[in-house]
Design a protein around this ligand. Structure first.
Ligand SMILES: Cc1ncc(COP(=O)(O)O)c(C=O)c1O
Length: 373
């Protein structure tokens, strides 16, 4: 068995798909999702420390047993209030949140429409649900519409699911069209705001100026712009009640540790009190992308103001080579390869965060120009 595993690992190495972890100490990390640098904010750290003192380091059980604390309840209420949605539920991670929502809402005999570039946790949720799926071309609401016109009648429930900001491309889902489709064809619309929360504003819906409707489910993480760990699902009171009763990743997994919950709520408060943080992040993102595009780098369809910067390379091996040369120069930008992105579409996924001043990004672009040839 061991030999078989080693053979597979060797095969991954041969195809440029081998992965290993890095210790980022001493490097300028330019691939973190701590977009607003809130994990280093004093108020956020202090909230986590206070929670440790009061509640200890772990929650001890799932939410339905004894793992639901006043901190969890408070964060859920604050999130719901901030988003203008009736209710929210905390979940163990963004990965689990997508599994929870999709597997609870649809099963055999139901239909899921999913963007081809959706996050792996959505893909896995759909697989696990056993619902029929239609994977539509990236951001192609027209293709989704045509499919629904022809096939919606053959299924019981229907769910449309999309990243709000695409995690590996930095572009946006066409939410106005998707909301309209969901309403017209009686579908749930699940928007995964893992990379939208705190970067485009409070949510993708808010960015597009759309009002929440009862068929819309907002998923988000506490682990990226909110600088903590965990995730949330927001929607109707009924949805939350349903998930508490039906979603296996909620029922059968220990609830979030109190310090993570307290840190996330403190980060949310900072975000609400200082919307200028989002503006600063967006301005820095625009500046970095402008510089890179001016130097001729291909960033695909990435929106100017999102902090995700896909430096498209193509070949897996070349992406790895570029990553290693950057490491030698003190910058850590991870190479993203299949299966995270399609084969032959490897990239360096640079992220813009408020952890670094603009000069660091200017130096990075300069270095990249030098090593790219
Ligand atoms: C779009 C999207 N959804 C979900 C997740 C998973 O979130 P978490 O890291 O909290 O499990 C990620 C994280 O990379 C993501 O990019």
């Amino acid at each position: 068995m061991e030999e078989e595993l080693l053979r597979e690992l060797e095969e991954l190495r041969r195809r440029g798909l081998y992965r290993r972890r890095f210790l980022p100490e001493g490097l300028k990390v330019l691939c973190s999702n701590n977009y607003l640098n809130l994990s280093n904010r004093r108020e956020v750290k202090e909230a986590a420390l206070r929670a440790v003192e009061t509640y200890g380091t772990g929650s001890g059980a799932s939410q339905l047993v004894s793992g639901y604390t006043e901190l969890h309840r408070s964060l859920e209420e604050e999130l719901a209030k901030a988003k203008g949605v009736p209710a929210c539920l905390t979940v163990g991670s963004g990965y689990l949140a997508n599994l929870a929502v999709i597997t609870a809402l649809v099963s055999e005999g139901d239909l899921v429409l999913s963007d081809e570039l959706n996050h792996a946790s959505i893909v896995d949720g759909v697989r696990l649900s056993k619902a029929a799926k239609f994977v539509y071309p990236h951001r192609d609401a027209k293709a989704a519409r045509l499919f629904l016109e022809k096939r919606r009648g053959g299924f019981r429930r229907c769910l449309i699911v999309t990243d709000g900001v695409f995690s590996m491309d930095g572009d946006l889902a066409p939410l106005p069209e998707l909301v309209e489709l969901a309403e017209r064809f009686d579908c749930f619309l699940v928007v995964d705001d893992a990379h939208a929360t705190g970067t485009v504003g409070l949510s993708s819906l808010a960015y597009w100026g759309l009002e929440w409707k009862p068929f819309v489910v907002e998923v988000g993480t506490l682990s990226k712009a909110l600088g903590s760990y965990g995730a949330f699902v927001c929607g109707s009171e009924t949805l939350v009640e349903y998930l508490v009763n039906k979603a296996r990743p909620v029922i059968f997994s220990t609830s979030l540790p109190p310090p993570s919950v307290a840190a996330a709520e403190a980060a949310l408060r900072v975000l609400l009190a200082e919307p200028s943080l989002v503006e600063r992040l967006q301005n820095l993102s625009r500046e970095v992308k402008k510089r890179l595009r001016a130097e001729g780098f291909d960033l695909g369809p990435a929106e100017e103001f999102t902090p995700i910067v896909p430096l498209l390379v193509g070949e897996e091996e070349r992406a790895l080579g570029l990553r290693d040369r950057l490491l030698e120069r003190g910058f850590f930008v991870q190479a993203i390869r299949y299966p995270t992105v399609p084969r032959g579409k490897a990239r360096l996924r640079l992220t813009v965060t408020l952890e670094h001043p603009p000069e660091v990004y200017a130096a990075f672009v300069q270095t990249l120009v030098e090593i790219w040839k």
